[in-house]
Design a protein around this ligand. Sequence first.
Ligand code: FAD
Length: 495
Amino acid sequence: EKDSDWFGFVANRLLDALDDELYRGSYLKGSATAGGRAVAERQKVVVLGCGWGANAVLSQLKNAEADVTVVSPRSYFLFTPMLAGAALGTLEPRSIIQPIREAHPTAKYFEAEATRVNLEARTVTCASLVCEGIEQCEIREFDVPYDQLVVAVGASTNTFGVKGAKEHCLFLKSLPDAKRFRARLGFTFEQASLPGLTDAQRTELLTFVVIGSGPTGVELCGELRDFIAQDVPRLYKELVPFVRLVLCSSSNKDAALEKLRSSEKGFSVDVRLSAGVKEVSEDEIFLSDGSTIRYGLALWAAGIGTLDFVKQTSSAIGGQAEHAAEARGRLAVDRWLRVIGAPGVFAFGDCAHVVGSPYPATAQVASQAGTYLGRLMADGYDFDVDGAPTLRPGAPGEKTLRHLLSGLGESSKGDAPPFNFLNLGILAYVGKSEALVQIAVGGGDKKKIKSAGRAGFALWRSVYLSKQFGLRNRLLVAADWAKAKLFGRDLSRLS
Ligand code: FAD
């Protein structure tokens, strides 16, 4: 009941913690009786992905007596909000990841990509690269059976069909993307340092364009701005007059963009508002207002798209078609995160669309949805019913403090409440040791505390540090921050 405010959020986290202490959940499929004794069948739960959503589900299932299998081509959890820091060398890539085998040792892990869901047989077909020797690699397919399939595969980058964007822009979606950006940035500065270039050529090479003003674009601009103000004068003093940073946004006003615009030591970000990108060529960007920018390095951070696997799965499920317009290729799910038309299949995060209650594609949504679903699964809810899932008689959830306190059993026959996202606010680093903070007090869009400045920066750092996977990551991130502050960033290409 209290889920919609901060008090409720904290109370729920406390209940979760107490529940964990009081009851090590067992997740039962149903019970068969053998000689008067209840024998539990273990559920086969297959989780696709190991990002924000999947990781939250897995944390809830860690004590469950279920056979949990994780399938993901990426073998680690990635703290995406810090990718911009990794792209600029403020953070080392390994500081912001947590290997899945370390994080969830009780789950089985397959490094593979899910390619097809077979609803009738309740199996998911996966493909992996199998190598014998260095040269002889082939794609091998195998099927993984499931009772319940959790799809949390995230999204892809969307270039909206803009000509040349895929070929000429860099992206920031994964760790290899961040490494690529870091290497290209270093390379660009080295190229601009070579003799024989005109001032115009140097300016062109050192014009960095960020396309898109979402969290990725803003944070990358903030980090780039720090690098230009703090490290370029130290490493490439003679190049300082040639460096330009341009941010193209199709929106027309934004507090974060105003912050980026404000100058420091003569350097400011050239923020172009209402400037949609029409085309990108090898050395020029064409904007919707008719202007062009000659550039050296461009990063596309303008939109998210749907993965082919998700599109194919959705189009193969009867019942998805009627929601196709609003789901736009993603998996349409009901308010309990069940994929419509596919019993036993669940989806949430960037790859799903909650019908009638759309949520933004953020880590916050994915992780809250994952916690919610994992909790219901661990409590032993029966999802194969019309309407709200119900608690099975004798299920582990009956013994939890949450259940006892809410009196669910009597008042509503143990019906599960639908997923309800609690917006905890926005944090974005804008450079110059300043962050933009919006906290929605009371949940949703009620009162908002806004702060942009050093206090916001302190909050941003402490929240991001506390949200790291564990002590190891916290120590690594803190050490990286200290290293960057004391000795500057390092863009050397190691290969
Ligand atoms: P992801 O976290 O993307 O995880 C998807 C997983 O699925 C990955 O492990 C992937 O390898 C795996 N996978 C992909 N295809 C398959 C397949 N076929 N089979 C099996 N596994 C597969 N959100 C915020 O709330 N705040 C921020 O500040 C913020 N900053 C961001 C900065 C950047 C640079 C980026 C890229 C994103 C940022 N986001 C932020 C958005 C946030 O990261 C996403 O919304 C979130 O990751 C979505 O979680 P997810 O679990 O749906 O998918």
